[in-house]
Design a protein around this ligand. Structure first.
Ligand code: SAM
Length: 325
């Protein structure tokens, strides 16, 4: 069975609000239903441990205790995880679990659990399995009948949502958009009528193209939050209209550096689609009947889209049409 690890805080208990069972001090903000901080790290169990997304201090007490107690740490890139472990004085036995060996690694982890070992699964940053390896390992371990315990912590999407200022109660996590332009635009066209907030991950070399495509697909009137380098020295959260976003990115090379999360307002709030029809469809329909200039002018009126972005898109669609005929 498990070997208990006491995560209780070391500070002496203050006189007020001391839970006599756990010895835990609260300032009255802690929900009565929360468990105390004493945890047990079990054998033959896989712990899925969230790690920092930039700031090495962003790691929970529970995560540190699990990493300390684990017999094996299954890591996306062992070099990245070693830095984190060194920072917290943890010596761990590491095995690699990355995109290209995940199936094999899943078997290895299951074997370790069969030997009664405690395994902690981490990715390079944030929560494993979210735009990161981990899902195959968890699925295999569950199928084999072993316990899987999540140790929550940082996640880039949740981090930006918490500070983005949107009041919407629903969001759709879209992860990375496809790198092929045609596939990306097809997916965005599907998402144009989506009313939940949309959350995208993006790489620095593609962020400008991505924002241009978002604007073409959704219109310029929606609000976007561009979050870069969350929790790091150059953390920036910029909020603007979608049709102002490209200009902001292009105004300063630094605005396009680092890691990005984009949060875009959903369709109904912005009323930017025409009866649920996406802007790409509006543009295509108008182009089938009208010259480019007129089609773009009408598309701008109907969708409140950005004229330049729609014009560029119209020219692409026209030349594509010519090539196909
Ligand atoms: N598993 C991670 C999570 O829970 O958020 C995501 C890993 S995914 C491979 C990496 C992407 O997440 C980056 O390209 C970026 O889009 C986003 N990301 C991760 N850390 C970030 C940060 N500090 N600031 C902004 N975006 C970040």
């Amino acid at each position: 069975m498990g070997h208990p690890v006491n995560l209780s805080m070391n500070e002496p208990a203050m006189e007020r609000n001391v839970d006599t069972d756990s010895g835990m001090v609260s300032d009255g903000m802690i929900n009565d239903e929360m468990v105390d901080v004493t945890a047990t790290v079990n054998k033959a169990t896989l712990y899925v441990v969230a790690t920092p997304i930039g700031n090495l201090g962003d790691i929970t007490l529970r995560a540190l205790e699990v990493l300390k107690a684990a017999d094996v740490i299954a890591a996306e890139d062992t070099r990245v995880t070693i830095r984190l472990l060194n920072r917290h004085g943890i010596a761990g036995r590491l095995v690699a679990v990355h995109e290209h060996n995940e199936r094999r690694a899943a078997e290895r982890v299951t074997e370790l659990l069969a030997e009664g070992k405690t395994v902690a699964l981490v990715s390079d940053a944030g929560t494993p399995g979210i735009a990161d390896p981990g899902a195959q390992v968890v699925a295999a371990v569950r199928t084999a009948g072993y316990a899987v315990v999540p140790i929550p912590g940082p996640n880039a999407a949740a981090t930006v949502l918490s500070a983005s200022g949107f009041e919407a109660s629903r969001f759709l996590f879209c992860g990375f958009l496809p790198s092929r332009a045609a596939e990306r635009r097809r997916l965005l066209a599907e998402l144009a009528a989506q009313t939940a907030l949309l959350v995208f991950y993006e790489a620095p070399h593609r962020v400008a193209d991505c924002v241009a495509d978002l604007c073409a697909a959704f219109g310029g009137a929606r609000t976007i939050v561009i979050a870069r380098e969350l929790t790091k020295i150059h953390e920036t959260l910029h909020r603007c209209r979608l049709d102002e976003a490209l200009a902001w990115l292009e105004a300063d090379d630094n605005h396009r550096r680092g890691e990005f999360v984009l949060v875009v307002e959903g369709a109904v709030a912005a009323e930017s689609t025409v009866a649920g029809v996406d802007i790409e469809t509006v543009l295509k329909t108008l182009l089938a009947e009208l010259p480019v200039k007129q089609a773009v002018a009408l598309a701008v009126k109907l969708t409140d889209g950005n004229r330049n972005v729609l014009y560029k898109r119209a020219l692409t669609l026209k030349s594509k049409n010519r090539d196909e005929t």
